[in-house]
Design a protein around this ligand. Structure first.
Ligand SMILES: CC(C)(COP(=O)(O)OP(=O)(O)OC[C@H]1O[C@@H](n2cnc3c(N)ncnc32)[C@H](O)[C@@H]1OP(=O)(O)O)[C@@H](O)C(=O)NCCC(=O)NCCS
Length: 370
């Protein structure tokens, strides 16, 4: 398997999403002990939505590049129309609305039978070249590891000093590319159903601190028109207030139109369950949380954004909106088995709330930078 070439997957080459899915099943099972793939439907929807970022997927295929292939927008041959064996893939995003210095979400996967012949490195160099061509000075790449594996004696720590990863093949590979570990994220899980008594107790505790200064609104589905501006404001807050470790992340530019685009993507492949806290006196957004349920794997809903505005912290709003939203999820999706969430290792406030709700650490994720 020493000969390979790299092509760009374009949305019209539909077979690539099934191939990427097959690769994800293998790699997530290897890294996380079970199939945690995001699925072809999500990838297809995600790659066709470029409202806030250009999305790239490069594939390593066997043999030499065909002489006559069409060149894609990143200067590489486009993937063939007919399915081919995918040896490896790199995915990435090029934000177009903010963070114009970045190439983010870089993720490399190589089929186990095709490893240690330089495919991962070649995919990385192509991504890096594209970043440079587009004037991007910083890259953020990800690695995934089961939490239990961090008890291995050899580990790598981020410059923040919070958390660590095992020095396994993903870390060794990243280090071989000269990447530095900038932050460790924790994936935690909450086994469902949550005891309704616990939810009621936590909610009552939070209400005693927060009410009557706030109005709470919950909905399932896209954001109602009257709350678009509030949800946009909460997402902007989240982009700067969640700890970003040693990553050069800049404030995101959000408005109602961007919320609509996010909703549109989320509802092409599933639905979301949302709770918003509104400061009663001013009418401004004070807190917001969203759980997304994928049609392809409704048993593992994902906790996406949660934010409480700085002026409204310390009043148990985080606990209140999260416990309310979990109650709403139980009604909307009673068959769900667990909720997954991702938090920065240094996000003590959010982790504290999650622990009280019953979330437990499952895996760790390295954010590597160059
Ligand atoms: C990590 C991964 C992408 C590497 O792909 P690959 O094609 O085997 O990588 P390369 O052949 O280009 O390896 C480059 C260097 O990385 C290091 N490396 C890669 N795998 C390694 C391993 N199993 N043990 C030790 N070092 C390793 C070595 O320094 C290697 O150079 P060498 O072969 O000359 O010693 C692949 O193992 C994979 O898909 N793992 C699961 C997904 C993952 O962890 N992705 C995160 C990437 S940050």
């Amino acid at each position: 398997m020493s000969e390979f070439h790299i092509v760009e997957a374009r949305p019209r080459t539909d077979w690539v999403y099934d191939s990427l899915h097959a690769l994800e099943i293998i790699v997530t099972t290897e890294l996380l002990g079970e199939d945690q793939s995001v699925g072809a439907d999500w990838s297809r929807a995600n790659y066709s939505s470029e409202v806030t970022s250009l999305k790239g997927m490069l594939l390593a295929l066997p043999g030499q590049a065909p002489a006559e292939a069409v060149t894609g927008r990143f200067g590489l041959p486009e993937a063939p129309d007919e399915p081919a064996e995918v040896l490896g893939a790199v995915e990435f995003g090029l934000p177009t609305r903010d963070n114009l210095h970045l190439m983010d979400d870089v993720y490399i996967q190589v089929r186990p039978q095709a490893r240690r012949v330089g495919i991962g490195t070649a995919l990385w160099h192509e991504a890096r070249r594209i970043a440079a061509d587009r004037g991007r000075s910083a890259l953020i790449a990800w690695s995934h590891h089961l939490a239990g594996a961090t008890s291995l004696p050899e580990r790598v720590e981020p410059s923040t000093g919070v958390g660590h990863l095992p020095l396994d093949r993903g870390s060794l590979f990243a280090q071989s590319l000269g990447l530095q570990l900038a932050q460790v994220e924790r994936e935690s899980r909450l086994v469902l159903p949550v005891d309704p008594g616990l939810l009621a107790t936590l909610r009552a505790e939070a209400e005693a601190r927060a009410l009557p200064a706030y109005d709470l609104v919950s909905w399932t589905g896209p954001t109602p028109e009257e709350h678009l501006g509030r949800v946009a404001e909460m997402n902007r807050t989240l982009s700067t207030d969640a700890p970003t470790g040693d990553l050069e992340w800049q404030e995101e530019d959000w408005d109602g139109e961007r919320v609509r685009a996010m909703d549109e993507l989320a509802h092409r492949t599933g639905y979301s369950v949302n709770t918003l806290a509104i400061h009663a006196e001013s009418g401004e957004a004070a807190g917001y949380t969203l759980i997304h349920v994928h049609n392809a794997y409704p048993h593992r809903p994902e906790q996406w954004n949660t934010a409480v505005a700085a002026a409204h912290r310390g009043r148990r709003l985080g606990l209140l909106i999260k416990s309310m939203n979990l109650g709403q999820l139980a009604a909307a999706n009673p068959g769900a088995r667990y909720v997954v969430t991702w938090n920065a290792g240094e996000n003590n406030h959010m982790l504290g709330i999650n622990t009280r709700l019953g979330f437990r650490l499952h895996s760790v994720h390295g954010a590597w930078k160059v």
